[in-house]
Write a protein that binds this ligand. Structure first.
Ligand code: ADP
Length: 174
């Protein structure tokens, strides 16, 4: 059987999935990194819809249409900025992944692709972020058969190998 959690290397704006996740900021009005790439690929209608949402709190998520993207929906979630680890960063990062998956379930998305939330300019330590991301996904999927597949779309080899190592550790534990 195909694994429900997969890791691939690539550009999330090119992926075909029911929903892709955007590592946004709280304004939801676009930014650099993956956020900028998603807005460029989706076209200006995405920003127009985002303006109607009035921002989003860290750890929560909001959904829009995908416009010119191959994905039907974009789920926007502001990840935590790493402040040394004592500011609730781990719980907030887990909450990002969980909130996105909850919205995916509500909107009937069977396939969801994630970028590595918070490990770019927000500087969350990569190995820790990978463990939290995959554990949160595995926990959620265990109780939600409606989600058929989630993928981590890693933009570079270092990110990909961190997620592969974390997935291996998780599978050995399960
Ligand atoms: P954050 O502010 O949450 O840290 P960033 O966009 O700075 O978000 O980085 C998050 C991750 O997204 C990083 O690993 C970065 O390399 C990656 N990334 C950037 N562009 C893309 C893209 N087009 N597809 C997938 N991942 C991307």
């Amino acid at each position: 059987m195909e694994k429900r959690i997969q890791i691939i290397c690539g550009d999330i704006t090119r992926q075909t999935a029911d929903a892709i996740v955007n590592a946004a900021n709280c304004s939801l009005l676009g930014g650099g990194g993956v956020d900028g790439a998603i807005h460029r690929a989706a076209g200006p209608e995405l920003l127009a819809e985002c303006r109607t949402l009035h921002g989003c709190e860290t750890g929560k998520a909001k959904i829009t249409k995908g416009y010119r993207l191959p994905a039907k929906y974009v789920i926007h979630t502001p990840g935590p900025i790493w402040r040394g680890g004592n500011a609730g960063e781990e719980a907030l990062l887990a909450s990002c992944y969980r909130s996105c998956l909850e919205l995916a379930s509500q909107y009937g998305c069977e396939t969801v692709d994630f970028p590595s939330i918070s490990t770019g300019v927000y500087r969350f330590p990569l190995d820790r972020a990978a463990r939290i991301a995959l554990e949160t996904m595995a926990d959620y999927l265990a109780g939600h058969p409606e989600i058929r597949r989630v993928r981590m779309v890693c933009f570079d080899a270092r990110t990909e190998s961190a997620y592969r190592a974390a997935l291996e550790r998780l599978e050995n534990r399960l």
